[in-house]
Write a protein that binds this ligand. Structure first.
Ligand code: RIB
Ligand code: CA
Length: 315
């Protein structure tokens, strides 16, 4: 079967990193053409070096480029409380892979131009890179098959009452993407907060018994601290849902919805406003996951980690 050419676009970030663990593990399905960083969980310098180190850890041989330094309008807002000072605290990582001379948007455009097949973009951070790509190279929109997004909260937020972090970081970019007409898969908080890894799951991950699984176990041991301190039952590992919606659709129940992005509201800027009215005349612009099999989620992670059996990581 032809592999799907994909671009990984994120702000690693522990859950971005684990999303990329899945993406590389599914190399029978995905052909990773490029990795692009964006500022979000941490500043761009940190998310970029983290991207390079993750690629070294996993053996991703695709070009890596630094993406947007800041959102289109908003100032940079980071999440060090969740991801630590480095943006990926908790585990020693190998020396970074080299960084491309191209900018993130230039690399994305090059990949789209050169691809014979439509390219899937998997975005697990603010949507600044994708919006800039669409605004700079509108003629390349036709080369994008699907954008699978971790972002939004169909009925609530996490960074504010109404808005989820990736969207409120750059609402204008999100609006541009949600109004692009491109096929969108959306994993929002309603599901991704139930992509939960509990303390009892960490030993199942460690028991996979290879170098990559040990790093993932250490990442989760760090990442789980803040959410559990504020009341979660474990670590909401959001971003892999954007990969799994493509690779393991059996994990989810999905619904086609019309979703728009609030740009103005005093309390609601960055909200993903979803239209659940069955009688709505709005044409759906995305496929959203609305339920997840939580047991299977951890099982799939452990299975994916076995793809790295025999991979010796020099740290
Ligand atoms: O709100 C969760 C999202 O924000 C995740 O993608 C996490 O990595 C952060 O980017
Ligand atoms: Ca992210």
């Amino acid at each position: 079967m032809k592999r799907i050419p994909i671009i990984l676009d994120g702000d690693p970030g522990h859950d971005d990193a684990i999303a990329w663990v899945f993406a590389k593990a599914y190399e029978d399905l995905f052909d990773i053409k490029g990795v692009i960083s964006v500022s979000g969980n941490q500043t761009i310098d940190k998310t970029t070096i983290n991207s390079q180190k993750i690629c070294a850890l996993l053996g991703i041989k695709a070009p890596i480029a630094q993406g947007a330094v800041r959102p289109l309008l908003n100032p940079v807002m980071t999440a060090g409380n969740w991801h630590g000072e480095s943006g990926l605290d908790g585990a020693e990582l190998p020396e970074p892979e080299a960084l491309s001379d191209l900018s993130g948007v230039e690399l994305m455009a090059k990949i789209l131009k050169e691809s014979e097949e439509p390219v899937t973009i998997i975005s697990t951070g603010p949507l600044t890179n994708v919006a800039q790509l669409l605004m700079t190279y509108p003629e390349l929109k036709i080369k994008i098959g699907v954008i699978s997004i971790m972002g939004g909260g169909l009925t609530y937020g996490n960074w504010t009452m109404a808005a989820e972090f990736n969207i409120i970081e750059d609402p204008e970019a999100a609006w541009t993407v949600f109004h692009s007409g491109i096929r969108l898969y959306v994993s929002a908080l309603n599901v991704t907060e139930r992509a939960l890894i509990r303390p009892s799951d960490i030993e199942k991950i460690r028991a996979v018994g290879n170098d990559v699984a040990e790093v993932v176990a250490k990442w989760i041991e760090f990442f789980i601290q803040y959410p559990m301190a504020i009341g979660y039952e474990g670590a909401p590992v959001h971003d892999p849902c954007a990969v799994l919606m493509l690779a393991k659709p059996d994990l989810f129940e999905c619904k086609d919805l019309y979703v728009d992005i609030e740009l103005e509201g005093e309390f609601t800027r960055g909200e993903t406003v979803a239209d659940f009215r069955d009688w709505s005349t709005e044409k759906p612009n995305c496929t959203c996951c609305v339920d997840i099999d939580q047991e299977k989620y951890v099982k799939y992670l452990c299975e994916a980690l076995h793809a790295y059996d025999g991979r010796k990581v020099k740290i």
